[in-house]
Design a protein around this ligand. Sequence first.
Ligand SMILES: C[S@@+](CC[C@H](N)C(=O)[O-])C[C@H]1O[C@@H](n2cnc3c(N)ncnc32)[C@H](O)[C@@H]1O
Length: 215
Amino acid sequence: MQTLRRFLQNFWPQKSIALDFVGYEVLLDFIKARSLHRLEGDLIEIGCFMGGGTVKLARFARKHGKRVFAVDIFDPAADATTTSDGTRMCDIYLAFLEGRSQLKVYEEAVGGLDNVVTIRQDSKTVSFPASQKFVFGFIDGNHQPDYVRNDFSIIWSNLVPGGVLGFHDYNTELPEVTDCIDAIIATHTEEITETQEIKPQHIILLVKRQRAGKP
Ligand SMILES: C[S@@+](CC[C@H](N)C(=O)[O-])C[C@H]1O[C@@H](n2cnc3c(N)ncnc32)[C@H](O)[C@@H]1O
């Protein structure tokens, strides 16, 4: 239960405002530093919870004429993955919501942002046409390895060269997620020009190679 206690201590004071668990500011810093907004394509987030991070991505994307595709099942009980100390992810989400509807909290947060495209689906049922390009994607949905792999595939195939894909929960209390991400990186090493770990936020970012064989 240490994990649940840590989450509650860190985030409880902010729970009345649109909350994000990750600290999306570091993602936006990376997006800006790499000028991803100059590339052609939209942004995508798999796992948006209360929409706090979605709002931050969408405000940035709006300035550059881009959309944010926000994929979430909006069922806080859907992910029963346990952390190394036995805390279930769904129990963390339910504790935060205190009986509120996840979808309602999310809709209130993103209200007024007309560049958010909300996809209320299990991510295993989501796909995009090849014409839908992404410059940035972030994966923080279901923490089962088969979902992590699925969510990677959804984004990677449509990520433009030079685009960036990030995973949350790298090198933290979900060792199966870390192992899965390491295996994905090993399999796709030829297509990745750089990886960057942001340790305080448990994020790893993969930069897609410009062209096969070129840095
Ligand atoms: C850790 S939360 C996302 C937190 C968010 N990135 C933030 O920082 O505020 C994980 C989210 O994944 C969603 N989720 C769980 N299983 C899912 C599935 N099969 N498909 C899509 N979303 C799912 C949950 O509803 C939850 O909102």
